[in-house]
Design a binder for this molecule. Structure first.
Ligand code: GLC
Length: 414
């Protein structure tokens, strides 16, 4: 295992470059549970017996190629990649698999939904990720494998067979996104090293997440946008309304402003944001998500410079401000002003000379005066010029890589 971890660490930065620069992706949770609309854990939470739940495999009637709608929307929203559930905990496979009859080609949909998804990603120029749940509530050995050696062998063969097909039959795949590794308790018992070696042989450029009990390429904080320790890549996965699967009764939609704020936190911490949609059973996207993603895309289309590409982490370099937050790239600081102060904005403690200040969306210069401890930006619009999210980015081009120091006191610090 140590050898494997060393080997993959050596090639990581090369492999991860596009992903770091991409910043923003779309997660799609779609499966039999979408028909019930009560969360993707509905089978487990409501204790629906397998035999009853299985009937959903025959009643599922997706509309025509909904993946094209997702991919178009992702593109418009400024997302650069997608990750779709090929098999969630319910165990239903959305592709043409030889490992089980419980799949979307043999049952209701009669189509390879993974293939449609892959084709849509390619059509819209998005990188392709496969979510795969190791935990399986349908497979007869899915739980038994924890205490029965023969069952474990069968379940591992099934798992590796599924993963092999996904990495063999769909051309180049960019991300393998495992989930929930219940009930086996170690990477040895899951044979993760062998499985991931196989994945990497079949897909040499693939990026793998950390949910098969190995740290692999990136960490996956869930429902919280939080930077991992420096040196470790991370991607926050977030629901849009508190459920991953379609759940129309949940009213808790995140606002455009919240999504922009999450993007700011991800960028400032050098991480990514994977924002989920839970399509309806026919595959159409709830209008709340469509509307918000459209607005997020409009915001990003003129503020993308502050988000995409290589960025520097702000931790330790910049301070929190009551009026907004920072992202950084080389000698440029972007101040995401989300509480608009009116015509004048004062930023204290900058330790770099500012050469030019401007509004990112228009490039219009902003007048400023800088003294040793204060940068005073003047002549700003009275009201926040950003009508989409209420976040206006001010670009400060500095003479040296920006840093800021305030401390808790009110004296000028050396
Ligand atoms: C959790 C949930 C699962 C969801 C996933 C997304 O592990 O069990 O339903 O798909 O998070 O990160």
């Amino acid at each position: 295992m140590e050898t494997y971890l060393r080997e993959i660490a050596a090639t990581r930065s090369e492999r991860m470059r596009w992903w770091h620069e991409a910043r923003f992706g779309m997660f799609v949770h779609w499966g039999l549970y979408s028909q019930l609309g009560r969360h993707e854990w509905v089978m487990n939470r409501e204790r629906i017996p397998v035999a009853e739940y299985e009937k959903l495999a025959d009643t599922w009637q997706p509309g025509e190629r909904p993946a094209r709608e997702w991919a178009r929307l992702a593109r418009q929203a400024g997302m650069k990649y997608m990750v779709m559930t090929t098999k969630h905990h319910e165990g239903f496979c959305l592709w043409d698999t030889d490992q089980t009859e419980y799949n979307s080609v043999k049952r209701g949909p009669r189509r390879d939904l993974v293939r449609e998804y892959v084709e849509a990603c390619r059509e819209f120029g998005l990188k392709i990720g496969f979510y795969y749940s190791l935990m399986d509530w349908h497979h007869p050995d899915g739980a038994r494998c924890a205490r029965d050696g023969a069952a474990r062998r069968r379940f591992l063969d099934f798992t590796q067979g599924c993963v092999r097909e996904l990495c063999t039959n769909y051309g180049k795949i960019d991300i393998m996104w495992y989930d929930v590794s219940w009930p086996l308790e170690s990477p040895e018992r899951w044979e993760t090293v062998a499985m991931n070696r196989m994945v990497r042989e079949l897909q040499p450029h693939i990026i793998i997440n950390d949910r098969a009990q190995l740290p692999e390429d990136f960490g996956t904080p869930e429902e919280q946008v939080r930077a991992a320790e420096a040196g470790r890549s991370w991607e926050a996965c977030m629901t849009f309304n508190g459920s991953w699967g379609y759940m129309p009764i949940s009213p808790d939609w995140r606002s455009v402003r919240e999504v922009v704020d999450m993007l700011c936190t991800a960028t400032a911490g050098g991480g990514n944001l994977l924002l989920n949609i839970g399509p309806r059973p026919d595959g159409s996207v709830p209008e709340q998500a469509v509307e918000r993603l459209g607005a997020v895309g409009a915001w990003i289309s003129s503020n993308g410079d502050a988000i995409y590409g290589h960025v520097d982490r702000t931790d330790g370099r910049m301070e929190w401000m009551p009026t907004g937050r920072w992202t950084l790239r080389d000698k440029t600081a972007y101040f995401w002003c989300n509480r608009w102060p009116g015509e004048e904005l004062t930023l204290g403690g900058l330790r770099s000379r500012v050469a030019r200040a401007s509004l990112l969306t228009t490039g219009a210069p902003v007048a400023f005066q800088q003294t040793e401890d204060q940068l005073v930006l003047g002549g700003l619009p009275v009201a926040n010029p950003d009508g989409i999210a209420g976040v206006t980015v001010i670009k400060l081009e500095c003479e040296t890589p920006p840093t800021q120091m305030l401390g808790a006191g009110c004296v000028v610090l050396d």
